[in-house]
Design a binder for this molecule. Structure first.
Ligand code: NAD
Length: 265
């Protein structure tokens, strides 16, 4: 067996778009991808947050011309199409799309309003559809590409207070597998990471509100087999594998990234 080692970054020469990358898991993925040589279009809803993430990645040694930022509200399908087009304009193409932006507002079956259901379907499920559809021609023009969908361990059954959220992530999993089989002959791979409990800005906000306690993490940690929550970097390293040539023939797969088997509620 011939094992070749390269000193180049694992995404050298690639262009990546990471949605929702001004915070949490998305920021972690954008940072790791940039350090691995990709040109990265960072996306968010807030220009100030975008400027901060760009500055942080640059200060860590990534050349400024490998980074760009675009504001878009992904509840708007036209803004999704515009975001993909922007990657094409700024970096002349697109190789990797990470559908990460998500809304994880809680709601049991009794509490979930039609407004919440529709909003989560629009952001967590329709936006990845529109973004992927818009990205495919750019990827075909490059002779291939990779889509990485950020799902959740809630995709299988989900927490009782996560009704519509869980349905969106289950739908995303079907979308991943369905599209993967349609585009494999274009050498475009579509995979999903079903993320477990991860310490992010969003999680911090939701848990503090839910428990009414700033120190919720202190009681959460002893419940975790490895004594900590997942970090955005844990997820980013899995996304790096699925985005890079190292997973060359992996498509339609779902990686459950949790501290034990998942599937129940
Ligand atoms: P986060 O709040 O830090 O990130 C969510 C991102 O989505 C933010 O950047 C936000 O700006 C963006 N976003 C929200 N609404 C948007 C809209 N209308 N238009 C454009 N962007 C919008 O939270 P996170 O924990 O990093 O979540 C990232 C992804 O990981 C989500 O898809 C979430 O469902 C998934 N996930 C997280 C966990 C966890 O424990 N943190 C677990 C499972 C899955």
């Amino acid at each position: 067996m011939n094992i070749q080692r390269s000193t180049a970054g694992r995404l050298e020469g690639k262009v990546a778009l990471v949605t929702g990358s001004t915070s949490g898991i998305g920021a972690g993925i954008a940072t790791v991808f940039a350090h691995e040589g990709a040109r990265v279009l960072i996306h968010g809803r807030n220009a100030e947050a975008g400027a901060r993430v760009l500055r942080e990645i640059e200060e860590a040694g990534v050349p400024a011309d490998r980074l760009a930022f675009h504001v878009a509200d992904l509840l708007d399908p036209e803004a999704c199409v515009g975001l993909v087009a922007r990657a094409g304009e700024v970096f002349n193409g697109l190789d990797v799309l990470v559908n990460n932006a998500g809304d994880f507002t809680r709601g049991t079956i009794d509490e979930t309003s039609i407004e919440l259901w529709d909003r989560q379907m629009a952001l967590n499920l329709r936006a990845p559809f529109v973004l992927t559809q818009a990205a495919l021609p750019l990827m075909r023009a490059r002779g291939g590409g990779a889509v990485v969908n950020i799902g959740s361990v809630n995709a299988y059954i989900g927490g009782m207070n996560l009704t519509s959220y869980s349905v969106t992530k289950g739908g995303l999993m079907t979308f991943t597998k369905n599209v993967a089989q349609q585009v494999s002959r274009d050498h475009i791979r579509v995979n999903q990471i079903n993320v477990g409990w991860t310490l992010t800005e969003g999680e911090q906000r939701v848990r503090t509100k839910e428990t009414g306690r700033e120190d919720w993490l202190e009681t959460a940690l002893p419940t975790r087999p490895f004594g900590r929550l997942l970090s955005p970097r844990d997820i980013a390293l899995a996304a790096l594998y699925l985005a890079s040539g190292e997973s060359a023939l992996v498509t339609g797969s779902v990686l459950d990234l949790e501290q034990g088997p998942v599937g129940g509620s």
